[in-house]
Design a protein around this ligand. Sequence first.
Ligand SMILES: C[S@@+](CC[C@H](N)C(=O)[O-])C[C@H]1O[C@@H](n2cnc3c(N)ncnc32)[C@H](O)[C@@H]1O
Length: 691
Amino acid sequence: MTARPGAPHHPADHHPMVHPLVTMTRRAIWQQRLLQRPLHIRLVMSLKHPVDLPQPRSSVRGTRRSPVLGRTEGGGRAEGGSAPPRLSPRTSRPGRYGRPLIQSVWRLARASDVGRDRITDTGVMPELQFVGKEFVWNHHLSVPYRPLNPDVEASVGETSLTGNLVVHGDNLHALKALLPGYAGKIDVVYIDPPYNTGKESWRYNDNVKSPMAQEWLDGNPVNKDDMLRHDKWLALMYPRLKLFRELLSEEGVIFASIDDNELYHLRLALDEIFGETNWVGTIVWRNVTDNNPTNIAIEHEYVICFAKEKSQIATVWRTSESAIKERLVAVQQELIDSHEDDDSLRAAYRVWFKENKWELGTLDRYKFIDRDGIFTGSQSVHNPGREGYRYNVLHPVTHLPTRQPLFGYRFPETTMTRLMDEGRLLFGEDENKIVELKVYASEFEDKLPSVITFDGRLGTSELKALFPEQDKVFDNPKPTQLIKQLIAAASKSDSIVLDSFAGSGTTAHAVLALNHEDGGQRKFILIEGEDYAYDLTAERVRRVIKGVPNHRDSSLAAGLGGEFTFCELGEALDLDSMLTGDRLPDFETLGGWLFHTATGLPADRSLFDESAGYLGEASGQHIWLRYQPDLNFLMSPNSALTMSAAQEYGSLREGRHLVFATSKFVTHQKLAALSVEFSPLPFSLYHVSTE
Ligand SMILES: C[S@@+](CC[C@H](N)C(=O)[O-])C[C@H]1O[C@@H](n2cnc3c(N)ncnc32)[C@H](O)[C@@H]1O
């Protein structure tokens, strides 16, 4: 068996899906390497991974006594074969008030944690410890692979596993199911996980093999009184963050929405998994106004951004509108300088606008000009979703009250008076047009700033407009604009965008809207665990694609177009059921999985040739699979690798070969002479057990 190309040299970076044989070999190699390392490094590593775990102490508030810290449980390796983090003596104590601990340790080998094969002395680094970390550290490795089963009825257009996807299922399983096809291919991950506010009723329900985690399943939902709520939240996130990193392309980035409840834990978890040098920035989204009496009124949340490899991402994120904005600003200056009276200025811009409108993309709404520049009208003075301020705004010419917005104004009358005095309000020809705010092209946000301000309730009113027949659709959906802004900055026109906490499907909406605006071909993959995946998550996408009659936005009324495939997670590919022959996966499913485990690369199913047993090529090695989902075949000599089969592979394709087969009837030496390697399928055990 050959290691995948560019295989890392540290167990912490084992590829999650590496074939058990490879894992064993790498484990041995790792142990050998550890022994070869200079003593000071070995000392540091053994300090970090002490053999004996200290005994647990009961919780500060006396109730919890976590089996996680017990000797027998923690003494072995984590599932999946990598060295688990061991709790050093300082971490044996649960965090005060149940908080995960952050401790400083010498992390000479730190760089290897993030997939680099270099040892650097980075000094004292903070390390996050939480109850259960040693169990979830490599939990993603032990999660079984499950195929994605398309549901034709629930999809729009032709079903395809390479197009837009909406997947129903637990995201840990779904992310693992995506690996064979998407490892290293996702450019943007956006996630909006439960914030752990204590009010959302999120449940910790990963099937982690430890008595402690099993006990946690009885403690659901996780609420504010739960002393381990931060530990449980980290236990949810840690394995998923590891899979995101596997799925991201080298230029890929992850955006994670979060608030103060878990901001710091998430940041530290990302620091560990992605490497702190890959932090790109943290955005503060000012989304509410809190007028309740309090100490500090919290009026914002965050979006943290990390790159898989910061040196690989563009040094400047420019949106597709940057060049258009620059052009408008240049034109306005030229026109203002060359036209002294306002009427001729307006006439000149009308002519220019008519000639160039089709090149302005989303900025084609900037139809007006005055001495301050080119501008458009914005409804941001209208209150979204629920009743705002009510007062009369008089039309400057007719002096009659202008028509009021549906939910009144967003600002008090004094603010509106000031805006009017500053000439910032845009009126129609008479009082029948609702007043708008003048927004100048020069103010157009074409960068991703660290502070974004807009009303969080926009998400709810957008969703309501897409589901007019429902009173309450979903709690706190994100505004499409927020996610669109992130994707616009960080994606290419053909990027794949993944959201594994999909909720109401805002991310798919944002991708479709952005493609509609700039002609891009971006794809989306959504994952939602709840049953509303079908009639909310996917239904929103259906409506955005097909259109919502009478929607106030004409493009949404007509529909933005597109397709997607709705998938359920299939039965797990597990050895037991394969061995008994109870459930045999089809060639594509098993082939995709084996190709990925052997190479670490995504399989390209269009290259599969089932009749020849061909799966594809990686680093000059062709991968073959002698398999039919039929027990008679698997028990027959046809499923074995023979001398003539090995010769045939060599004659069909030039290069080295790796063959998955139930058994082999030829020696290793003879295969080596033909540049053929053999890897046994689990069915070989079936042969043994039935002999
Ligand atoms: C805060 S909401 C996301 C809202 C979304 N951004 C929107 O705009 O509508 C989080 C979503 O993640 C889902 N979720 C939580 N844990 C999950 C898991 N383990 N697997 C799949 N989905 C999960 C929840 O069901 C919920 O719909």
